[in-house]
Design a binder for this molecule. Structure first.
Ligand code: SAH
Ligand code: SF4
Length: 345
């Protein structure tokens, strides 16, 4: 059986055509599934009976098994889900003034090996399919009886190392006949895979792009993110400029504040020099400590100094108040804790 949630609208139309049916039934089928929550083809009364039978023999609507859940004092909820093959993925639900956002996982593990990240502790086992990413949203919506308004692909994994599935996922959740989450409400975060940033720019979507920069000089960045040796800052910035030019959209740079590593005023000056004149925005993120690593977050005073310096030098910047700080909320942390326990038992 195939996972129905893997299908884009176009895929479904193609399938119907291939089976000799009118492709417009795709509209009705998507509406049953995504608007009316009807997960039984037999109940899709405006679909021809033979087609219902055929769909029922071909596609299933799998669900994710909840393995554990943590709730932080600020309301942030972190789910650990088990996929059909026993692999674990996590999704984090956050409440904001503007709505509810879900942080979605794109791969089981990650091959990028960033030296501060719990997700990189385990190499990638496999990519998630588009449907498995869609399921994370559906599962949380069902459990909480809410509608998720914003999606960030910032859970475990490098989405641009799983490009096609990530794009299909975006297409499905954005589609007017499916979840209809606005492109401007979707953000993809990448560690900086240059050719894929260019490819993404060429798609000219209204989806937000965030690049995990974390340092404005190659030496520091390479020590944090091995990907920088392959695609150093100069190339990365060129692809970022290309994205801005192609899409006319502002780009976000994420910058983790690691005490004594990348958080001095000198670092802030380097960063502002790098971004000067660019349609860019910096998101400063306090580091969520991971027990396996020696890094610490910058202290509050240093965070504020860094922020003020960027502001003074004309850079658009926010200091993200870390959500769910008391529940292993940084990406990959809950999963890695659970895997450790699994390994020990
Ligand atoms: N692989 C992509 C998306 C997933 S990581 C990327 O690297 O951009 C999402 C964000 O969380 C990245 O900016 C990453 O650097 C950051 N991150 C990783 N570990 C963290 C930690 N312990 N505390 C805070 N942020 C962390
Ligand atoms: Fe992978 Fe992103 Fe973690 Fe780096 S920060 S190891 S790219 S998930």
């Amino acid at each position: 059986m195939k996972n129905f949630y893997d299908l884009t609208f176009k895929d479904l139309k193609g399938y119907l055509k291939g089976q000799g049916y009118k492709p417009f039934a795709a509209t009705q089928i998507f509406e049953w599934v995504y608007k009316k929550d009807t997960l039984d083809f037999n109940k899709m009364t405006n679909i021809a009976k033979p087609l219902r039978a055929e769909l029922g023999n071909t596609f299933a609507f799998p669900s994710l098994k909840e393995s554990s859940r943590q709730v932080a004092s600020d309301g942030t909820k972190k789910y650990l889900f088990e996929l059909h093959d026993g692999q674990l993925v996590e999704s984090v639900l956050m409440e904001h003034e503007y709505g509810l956002s879900l942080c979605v996982t794109s791969q089981v593990g990650c091959n990028m090996g960033c030296t501060f990240c719990a997700s990189g502790l385990k190499k990638k086992t496999r990519d998630l399919t588009a449907g498995e990413m869609v399921q994370q949203i559906l599962e949380v919506q069902n459990k909480e009886d809410v509608r998720i308004s914003h999606v960030v692909v910032m859970g475990t994994g490098e989405p641009f190392d799983n490009y096609e599935n990530t794009m299909n996922f975006v297409n499905i959740i954005n589609h007017p006949k499916a979840l209809e989450i606005g492109a401007r409400h979707i953000t993809i975060s990448t560690s900086g895979i240059v050719p894929m940033i260019e490819k993404f720019a060429d798609e000219q979507l209204q989806v937000n792009l965030a690049i995990s920069l974390h340092a404005a000089d190659d030496k520091t960045r390479s020590s944090l993110m091995p990907i920088n040796r392959k695609y150093p800052i100069k190339d990365l910035m060129r692809s970022a400029e290309y994205y801005v030019k192609k899409t006319n959209r502002r780009i976000t740079f994420e910058y983790l504040l690691l005490g004594g590593v990348n958080d001095t005023l000198e670092h802030a000056d380097k960063l502002s020099d790098l971004l000067r004149g660019m349609n860019a925005y910096v998101n400063l993120i306090p580091y969520n400590p991971v027990s396996e690593f020696d890094y610490n977050s910058s202290n509050n005073r240093q965070q504020n100094l860094f922020y003020d310096r960027l502001k003074k030098r004309g850079i658009q910047v926010t200091l993200r108040r870390e959500k769910g700080g008391d529940i292993d909320a940084a990406c990959g942390q809950l999963r890695s804790q659970t895997m450790k326990k699994r390994d020990e038992s």
